[in-house]
Design a protein around this ligand. Structure first.
Ligand SMILES: NC(=O)c1ccc[n+]([C@@H]2O[C@H](COP(=O)([O-])OP(=O)(O)OC[C@H]3O[C@@H](n4cnc5c(N)ncnc54)[C@H](OP(=O)(O)O)[C@@H]3O)[C@@H](O)[C@H]2O)c1
Length: 276
């Protein structure tokens, strides 16, 4: 039987989203776990552990005061300036209360480097708005004492309920072409693996920068074709998109802040998980 560990009160921002919801399910049986949602939702409004929060209108301090979290996980999307202000407030709370801030970042913090995969201590550089924004929040966290933060850099996250898989299924149903990027070399992961890895990081009081992706690399087009085959579909239509003449890497590999072997994954494991 699971027993709730009262040592931690966890607040997940974006607990109604794809990864946030998976994290809530993974952690709520073990810790006092709370979450936020933004868009009106009957099921969440009835759950006393969920708070409605719109970062463009509400002050996160109010929820922090009520929940008094020892760990805050940021799994939100939304307006970049509003996110910067909210994350700044959380950083202040974290230092004042000696708690921990777990921030879901992205492989895009390296999207200006295309020649190699990236490791934890590599310098970040991005050419995209999204990557720039993630770097800004990362830099805010990097100024905190190391014990107070964990930066989780994620590649594309797949899962049966992931928006990506839902979109692929929708295009297949509509017989619309599915875009693939033959020059893109990446690593990948699943919501189930990411949530187990974050659970481990919490239990073991780990901090710093983590690269949570498969240990192997895949070509975007090959991987999407394999996913579609694993869904049992034959003769799908693809649209090949070439963004450069050369191969381009968007991959976050781990060298210094590794997790135990049983928490690693290979891209093939994702296909097995998605198989019909
Ligand atoms: N999914 C991936 O492949 C991937 C890869 C790399 C990094 N990440 C990062 O992981 C995090 C979670 O991604 P996801 O794919 O799970 O996102 P998602 O499914 O789109 O969920 C986004 C969450 O943010 C909430 N939200 C949206 N606008 C908001 C606002 N104005 N105020 C407050 N909350 C708001 C949503 O609430 P509602 O549900 O109520 O709208 C939802 O809970 C993001 O930071 C993303 O950058 C994801």
């Amino acid at each position: 039987m699971k027993t709730i560990n009262n040592k931690h009160r966890i607040l997940i921002l974006g607990a109604s989203g794809f990864i946030g919801q998976a994290l809530y399910k993974e952690l709520c049986g073990y810790f006092n776990t709370y979450g936020t949602y933004c868009v009106d939702n009957k099921a969440f409004s009835k759950n006393q552990h969920y708070f409605q929060y719109n970062m463009e209108e509400d002050d996160i301090f109010e929820i922090l005061e009520i929940v008094k979290p020892t760990i805050i996980i940021s799994a939100v999307r939304g307006n970049f300036s509003a996110q910067v202000i909210a994350h700044h407030h959380i950083a202040e709370y974290v230092v004042a209360n000696n708690s921990k801030f777990i921030f879901l970042s992205s492989a895009n913090v390296f999207d200006a480097y295309s020649k190699f995969p990236s490791y934890e201590d590599d310098k970040t550089l991005s050419h995209s708005m999204y990557g720039h924004f993630k770097i800004k929040i990362e830099n805010m966290l990097l100024r905190l004492p190391k014990r107070n933060y964990a930066i989780i850099r994620l590649p594309m996250v797949f899962g049966a309920q992931s928006p990506r898989i839902q979109e692929i299924k929708f295009f297949l149903k509509e017989k619309s072409p599915i875009e693939v990027f033959p020059n893109l070399i990446m690593n990948v992961t699943t919501d189930t693996k990411v949530t187990q890895q974050i659970h481990y990081i919490i239990n073991q009081k780990k901090s710093g920068i983590f690269h949570l992706g498969s240990t192997d690399l895949v070509h975007h087009d090959d991987f999407f074709k394999e996913i579609i085959a694993s869904l049992g579909v034959i003769n799908p239509v693809f649209k090949q998109v070439f963004t450069s003449n050369d191969d381009r890497y968007l991959a976050v590999l781990s060298k210094t802040n590794t997790l135990p072997k049983n928490l690693e994954l290979l891209s093939h494991d994702i296909l097995t998980e998605l198989e019909v």
